[in-house]
Every structure is written in structure tokens, then in C-alpha cells.
Design a protein around this ligand. Structure first.
Ligand SMILES: Cc1cc2nc3c(=O)[nH]c(=O)nc-3n(C[C@H](O)[C@H](O)[C@H](O)COP(=O)(O)OP(=O)(O)OC[C@H]3O[C@@H](n4cnc5c(N)ncnc54)[C@H](O)[C@@H]3O)c2cc1C
Length: 256
């Protein structure tokens, strides 16, 4: 039997495993933490929007990259909602059209339902850090699980899926420490870019307003306009209208 190794147990790795269940391969899913889906659970502390209720074509139009559009054509927001229902997770549509788990369902229940769905066919190997790879093998650091510093092991694979996340909230395992593994092999890497980042306000007029919400705000940057609520933070503002103009600024559409 051929073997697929997936590295990274965030939503990307879990979804890769889900899609690969159709294959006749042995599937191993490795993660460096003691459990998978840690950032998924951090997301669950906040809004935890799972997707959006718009039509698949409207949903697709939100993305710039052709490869993402192609992926969404094969597995759309509607397919994801259907899958969640299949694993016993009912959803609800929020006032802005976003999809959330139904009221009584906690983020950990969503994660557990997904893991249970995968468990019969996917072997989860935790506390195992990917440190290198070649055409047939991955090298993993297993010193945490065995309490033997520096101990590594090589695992054979026929197919390798890397779903290592990026570099924010390192406590969840998304530490980006894997970048040098690729650089040392001469593989060109793109810089990490924040997708949702708040805006720093340099003028100190925020005083003790931290945590207060500004309702129904519209922001405009260049030709991009966005409406929603803003949250005042210790350094500036967060929220959809802030992320939108940050995105416009990052894309070099205007000076800000
Ligand atoms: C505060 C917050 C709120 C969010 N809210 C939402 C939301 O409401 N809706 C939404 O859709 N998204 C939300 N997100 C974003 C969402 O959590 C991420 O987009 C998503 O987790 C990315 O999935 P991923 O699988 O690519 O990466 P990750 O979830 O980061 O998973 C990567 C995995 O790879 C493992 N890994 C990394 N390096 C190695 C290595 N060398 N060896 C072995 N394993 C390794 C990590 O331990 C981790 O488990 C939020 C994020 C944050 C921080």
C-alpha cells in the first residue's frame, strides 16, 4: 500500500486528509504539537466564521489568485457546509452572511467531530516535528515525545503534503521555523504577509478607549470601501473595515 504523509494538522492538513480518504493509501498526519487544530481553536475564541453563505461564484470572486479559484471550483463554501453537516455540525448564517456553528456548538466540538471522522483511516502522529525531506523520506524530530533531545527519525513516503501554516500565533505551532528547510534546498520562498492586520494609530487620542466598539463605520482607501464595526485596541484599530484598507494599502493601490 502506498503511503501519504501530511505534515501539519491545521485546517489545511485536516482538509487534505479528508480529500485523500478516497485514495487507497495509508495516511499519516504529523504535527509538532501535542494536538492538532490549535489555531482553529484560537479562531474559535473570536468570531469563528467557518465560511460565507454567498453563492460559490460570488465566494470565488473574492480571491485574486487563479489557483485558489480553481480549488474553490472543486470544493466550494457550499461543499464545506455540506461536509460539516455530514460530520454532525449544524451551521447558522450570521447577520453579515457569514456561516458560524449553530448556537450550542463549541469550536472544540467541531474539531473533535472532524478528527473522529478521519480517525478510522488517518493515523495521527503528534509531538513530531518535520525538520527535513528528500524525494522519498521525511526526517522528523521526535525528541519531545521521547524526551531525548535531538532524536530524529526518517519516515518513507510515496506522496508528501506540506500544510505547515504560516508564522503567527507561534504558540499554536504556526512558527514558520520550516522556512530554512526549503531555503537550504534553494527553493524560492515568498515573504509571509499578514492577511488580517489591524492599523496602528500613531496619534495618541485613544486614551482609555481600548475595547470600545465603533459601530457601522465605513472606511475608504483608494477605490476600496468597506463597512462594519471597528474595535479600538491599545495600539489602534481592528476589524473588517481596518483589514480592508490595510489590504488595499498593502497592494499598493494608494498612499495612506
Ligand atoms: C485570532 C484568530 C482568529 C481567527 N478567526 C478565523 C475565523 O473566524 N475564520 C477563519 O476562517 N479563520 C480564522 N482565523 C485564521 C485561521 O485560523 C487560519 O487561516 C488557519 O488556521 C490556517 O490553517 P493552516 O492549516 O494553513 O495552518 P495552521 O492552522 O497554522 O496549522 C499549521 C499546523 O502545522 C503544524 N506545523 C508547523 N510547522 C511544523 C513542523 N515543522 N513540523 C510539524 N508540524 C508543524 C502546526 O503545529 C500547526 O498545527 C483566525 C486566526 C486567528 C489567529
Amino acid at each position: 500500500m502506498k503511503r501519504i504523509i501530511i505534515i501539519g494538522g491545521g485546517p489545511a492538513g485536516l482538509m487534505a486528509a479528508t480529500q485523500l480518504l478516497k485514495s487507497d493509501c495509508e495516511i499519516l498526519l504529523l504535527d509538532q504539537k501535542t494536538s492538532v487544530g490549535r489555531k482553529f481553536l484560537v479562531a474559535g475564541d473570536g468570531g469563528f466564521n467557518l465560511t460565507h453563505s454567498e453563492t460559490p461564484s460570488e465566494f470565488r470572486d473574492k480571491y485574486d489568485s487563479e489557483w485558489i479559484k480553481k480549488a474553490i471550483r472543486q470544493f466550494s463554501n457550499k461543499d464545506w457546509i455540506k461536509f460539516l453537516k455530514q460530520i454532525g455540525i449544524e451551521t447558522k448564517v450570521g447577520s453579515s452572511g457569514k456561516i458560524f456553528p449553530a448556537d450550542e456548538i463549541k469550536p472544540i466540538q467541531v474539531l473533535n467531530a472532524w478528527k473522529e471522522f478521519l480517525a478510522p483511516k488517518v493515523q495521527f502522529i503528534l509531538n513530531t516535528r518535520f525538520v527535513n525531506f528528500d524525494e522519498n523520506q521525511v526526517e522528523v524530530d521526535i525528541s519531545t515525545s521521547l524526551n531525548t533531545p535531538g532524536k530524529t527519525e526518517k519516515l518513507d513516503f510515496d506522496y508528501l503534503v506540506l500544510a505547515l501554516g504560516a508564522r503567527s500565533w507561534p504558540v499554536t505551532g504556526s512558527d514558520g521555523f520550516w522556512v530554512p528547510v526549503f531555503e537550504q534546498k534553494g527553493i524560492a520562498m515568498n515573504e509571509f504577509q499578514a492577511s488580517n492586520s489591524g492599523l496602528v494609530l500613531y496619534e495618541n487620542w485613544l486614551g482609555d478607549l481600548e475595547g470600545k466598539i465603533l459601530k457601522n463605520i465605513q472606511t475608504t482607501c483608494g477605490n476600496q470601501t468597506c463597512s462594519g464595526d471597528l474595535t479600538i485596541t491599545s495600539y489602534g484599530i481592528e476589524g473588517k473595515p481596518a483589514y480592508a484598507i490595510n489590504g488595499a494599502k498593502k497592494n499598493g493601490k494608494t498612499r495612506f
